[in-house]
Design a protein around this ligand. Structure first.
Ligand code: FJE
Ligand code: FE
Length: 348
C-alpha cells in the first residue's frame, strides 16, 4: 500500500503552551506540533481475515513472507519534563505515521522527571513497562501504578487529561505506543484496560518465549480488546531459536528490537540490533532467526490500517482541521469530554 503523507506544519518541541483560562495547573505543554494529512484511499481491509492464526514452526510456511523495507535507529531525545525517549514511529526520521500507529516511544524517566498533566483525544495509548514503575492519575479520579511486565491500554476517545510519572525510585523504562482510532471511535467514552504481568498470556516453545499483549500467537489469545485490530507480541528467542509468526496480510507491521541481535524476514539478511525499528513489507507472516550467542528480545506490532485522513496537533489526533480546532476549543473551555478538567490537577 502506498502511504503518502504531507506535513504542512512543523514547529519545535515544547515551543507552544496551551493555557487554560481556569485555575488548572498553569502549563499544559503540547510539545509535538506536527500536522499531517493523509489523502483518503480506498480500503480493501474488509477482504482479509481479522483473526491471527497459529504459527507454524517448520520451514518457512508463508505464501508471502514479509521482509524488512525500512530500518530506523531510534535515538534518545528529551520529552515530557526531563524524561528521555527513543522515538521510532512518529519521529521526523521518515517514519511519521505507520497507519494505524502514530508513535512508539521507548521511554526512560527517573523522579522527578516524567510526563506531567497533559491531554489526549482521538487515539489510544498503550504503556508497557520493562523496568521500574509508572503511576498515572487522570482528571476522572483514576489512579494506578503499573510495574515491570504490566500493561495499561488506555482508549482516550473524546478526552483524557492525565499525568504519567515514575512510580518509584530508580530508573523506570517502558514503551508507549499510540494507536489511532477510526473516525467512528474518536469521540467514544474513555476507557482503560490494565493487565498485570502475571495475567499476560505467555507461551514457551522450542527456545521461543512470547508474551501476548494483543492478538494471538501459538493459538493463544490476549484478553485485551483492541478497537483498531492490533497485534502486540513480546518475543524472546534463545540462541539458535527461530520463529515464524503469522500476520494478517493487509496489516501494517513493524519490529522494535529491545536486546540482542536478530535476523528478520530473510534468512540471509544482516542482523538488526537494539533500538532499531524495522518496517515490514506486506505479506502473511514473518520469520525471525537468532544466530547470536545471546538472547534476542523484540516486539512485533501490527495493525489494520484505518485508511483515513489524519490531522494531528500534538496529543489531539482527528480527521480534519475543523475537528482539531474543536478539540483545542473543548480543551480550553473544558467541554465535550474535558468537563472534569475544570478543577483538576494531579497530586504530587
Ligand atoms: C505527550 C509530549 C509527550 N511519550 N512515553 C507530548 F511527552 C507526551 C507524553 C509521552 C509519553 C508518556 C509516557 Cl508514560 C511514555 C511518552 C510521550 O506523555 F502526550 C505529548 N502530547
Ligand atoms: Fe499521556
Amino acid at each position: 500500500m502506498i502511504i503518502s503523507m504531507m506535513r504542512s506544519c512543523c514547529s519545535s518541541i515544547n515551543s507552544h503552551l496551551l493555557r487554560r483560562p481556569t485555575p488548572i495547573k498553569q502549563s499544559l505543554i503540547i510539545p509535538s506540533l506536527f500536522f499531517y494529512s493523509e489523502p483518503n484511499t480506498k480500503s480493501n481491509a474488509h477482504l482479509f481475515l481479522r483473526g491471527i492464526h497459529n504459527t507454524s514452526m517448520g520451514d518457512q510456511s508463508f505464501q508471502n513472507p514479509r521482509y524488512v523495507v525500512k530500518k530506523v535507529l531510534a535515538r534518545p531525545q528529551r520529552e515530557g519534563n526531563g524524561a528521555t525517549v527513543r522515538r521510532s514511529i512518529g519521529s521526523g526520521s521518515g517514519l511519521t505515521y505507520l497507519d494505524p500507529f502514530l508513535l512508539l516511544d521507548y521511554f526512560s524517566a527517573s523522579a522527578p522527571s516524567g510526563f506531567p498533566d497533559h491531554p489526549h483525544r482521538g487515539f489510544e495509548t498503550v504503556t508497557y513497562m520493562l523496568e521500574g514503575a509508572c503511576t498515572h492519575q487522570d482528571f476522572a479520579g483514576h489512579k494506578g501504578t503499573i510495574r515491570a511486565g504490566d500493561l495499561q491500554w488506555m482508549t482516550a476517545g473524546r478526552g483524557i487529561i492525565h499525568s504519567e510519572m515514575p512510580g518509584g525510585a530508580g530508573v523506570n523504562t517502558g514503551l508507549q505506543l499510540w494507536i489511532n482510532l477510526s473516525s467512528k471511535d474518536k469521540m467514544m467514552e474513555p476507557r482503560y484496560q490494565e493487565i498485570q504481568s502475571r495475567d499476560i498470556n505467555r507461551v514457551e516453545r522450542d527456545g521461543v518465549d512470547v508474551r501476548i499483549i494483543a492478538g494471538e500467537a501459538f493459538g493463544v489469545r490476549s484478553p485485551v480488546y483492541t478497537r483498531t485490530p492490533t497485534m502486540y507480541l513480546d518475543f524472546t528467542l534463545s540462541p539458535g531459536a527461530k520463529v515464524e509468526q503469522r500476520i494478517p496480510e493487509s496489516w501494517n507491521a513493524f519490529v522494535y528490537v529491545l536486546d540482542g541481535e536478530g535476523v528478520f524476514g530473510e534468512a540471509e539478511a544482516a542482523p538488526a540490533t537494539s533500538h532499531h525499528a524495522l518496517v515490514l513489507s506486506t505479506g502473511d507472516g514473518l520469520g525471525v532467526w537468532n544466530r547470536a550467542g545471546r538472547a534476542l528480545r523484540f516486539l512485533l506490532i501490527g495493525g489494520e490500517p484505518l485508511d483515513e485522513a489524519v490531522v494531528q496537533y500534538g496529543p489531539f489526533v482527528m480527521n480534519t482541521q475543523a475537528e482539531i480546532q474543536q478539540a483545542i476549543e473543548d480543551f480550553h473551555e473544558c467541554k465535550n469530554g474535558f468537563e472534569k478538567a475544570k478543577h483538576w490537577v494531579s497530586t504530587p
